[in-house]
Design a protein. Structure first.
Length: 255
């Protein structure tokens, strides 16, 4: 059965891949949220690569950048510019619109400089790489393919989702099952359970039962370890001199 797991990073992707392989699951796709949006948007579209943004910023330093001219040659400017653009894109902000709507003159000048830098960066990016809000706009036009492409969708390993992706998730629940698996994390307030009788919805799973079971058994496990190590050390006087029972018990419980 086709299903898709949305993971936050590459480490989580490796973990979920190994877990699916051990359980013999077939038809499981592992995607980040931006990859999911790009897949639904169609064609050969891809999310913007951070390395490509850094290269484009480095190439744009030689151009006039307004207020940023005074700091563009300083160490760390390239990294700071990449982070600023990435955060603006994740928030779904239009820097040109924000610059026009800014009230203070200082804020407007800074935002205009950032908007100028953004335009120079976008020109130098590969043609198939798009900003998150552009991917979402295209993906929303192809919602009818969501069930065919992804099947049921589960979101793992997140406490929150960037604002730019929320309209896409809200629209996906009308086409397929979307479940937020929070595990030990908090469920975002905007991710609510579906109404009774609704076929689809963003269903939040806040806490697995296994976590409660393991935590309730933790004190008993500590007592069992203590009794076992104590009885074992009584049989072995040499080990008692080298490593006291209290040290063994505390180290095991700490793990």
């Amino acid at each position: 059965m086709l299903s898709t797991i949305v993971v936050p990073n590459r480490n989580s992707w490796r973990h979920c891949r190994a877990k699916a392989a051990l359980k013999g699951k077939h038809g499981v796709k592992l995607l980040t949220i931006d990859q999911l949006a790009a897949r639904l948007a169609g064609g050969f579209l891809q999310p913007i690569d951070g390395d490509h943004v850094a290269t484009a910023v480095g190439e744009s330093i030689s151009l006039p950048l307004g207020e940023l001219d005074a700091i563009k040659t300083l160490p760390g400017f390239q990294r700071a510019a990449v982070n600023s653009l990435s955060k603006a894109w994740s928030a779904g902000l239009s820097l040109d619109h924000e610059a026009t709507a800014a009230r203070g003159q200082a804020a407007r000048i800074r935002l205009e400089a950032l908007a100028l830098l953004e335009r120079e960066v976008l020109v130098r990016l590969p043609k198939n790489e798009m900003r998150p809000n552009d991917l979402v706009a295209r993906a929303l036009k192809r919602l009818g393919y969501a069930r065919v492409l992804f099947g049921s969708i589960e979101i793992h390993g997140r406490t929150e989702m960037s604002p730019v992706w929320r309209p896409l998730l809200a629209a996906l629940v009308t086409e397929t099952e979307v479940t937020w698996v929070a595990e030990a994390r908090l469920v975002p307030p905007w991710a609510s359970r579906p109404k009774r009788g609704a076929p689809n919805g963003l269903c939040a799973v806040p806490y697995p039962v296994q976590v409660h079971v393991m935590r309730s058994w933790r004190p008993f496990a500590g007592r069992a370890v203590s009794s076992l190590t104590g009885s074992a050390l009584k049989r072995s006087p040499s080990r008692r001199r080298l490593r006291p029972a209290g040290m063994i018990t505390s180290s095991l419980l700490r793990r």
